[in-house]
Design a protein around this ligand. Sequence first.
Ligand SMILES: [Zn+2]
Length: 236
Amino acid sequence: MVIECQKPDCNHRLKGPKSMIGQRVRCGACSFEFIWAERYYEADSFVVYDLETTGLSPEADELIQIAAVRYRGGRLEPEDSFFSFARPRFPIPSFIESYTGIRNAHVREAPRPGEVLCRFSSWAGGDTLIAHNGKRFDGKFLEATCRRHHLESREIECIDSITLSKMLFGKARGTGHCLDLMKSRLGISDTALRRHDARGDVDLLGRAITEMQRRLDLDNSLNGVLRHSTRLPIVS
Ligand SMILES: [Zn+2]
């Protein structure tokens, strides 16, 4: 593939294999350093989020909790965060209550999942979302929730933090990328919050992303990291 030097007036072209994506390179003409990518983004504001649900099926199960924190310029901004419980149509199964610590009593007064997503969408704005296993799980849940509640929706870009983990630790078979393995590989301390509660998982994930960005030497727009998309409700 051929890419153009990212320094504003330098039009030098660099040629290399696709495996260069995500690597830091230096322009041969002007010595400018940048990340090799297929497409370049300028925004440096992201939303790290996590969902808890009544089960694994985006079609049949429902959202019961969402937590998120802004990640801007390569730093977490804990003062800019989002949290809500959501009340599903049916009771939370008891094994989910014990796994997540989220009990039916916690969600009794909470808004419905559709309304929670509208609030989340409004808070998130146009920022790119980041979730762990978000491509296969959280992103699918957001889309399915929009559909089920007949919410008019918009496309929003996402990064799956498993992609970052694979860039850093390799894709070899048997290299797990679950949050617990990442935490121990990255030497991240335990969260003071409960695990499998979205707040605890987002705290851990946010710190893992910060550390992975630093170790991968990525820029603050996370250029070179593959993106996918999901949908969030349109809010006026
Ligand atoms: Zn250049």
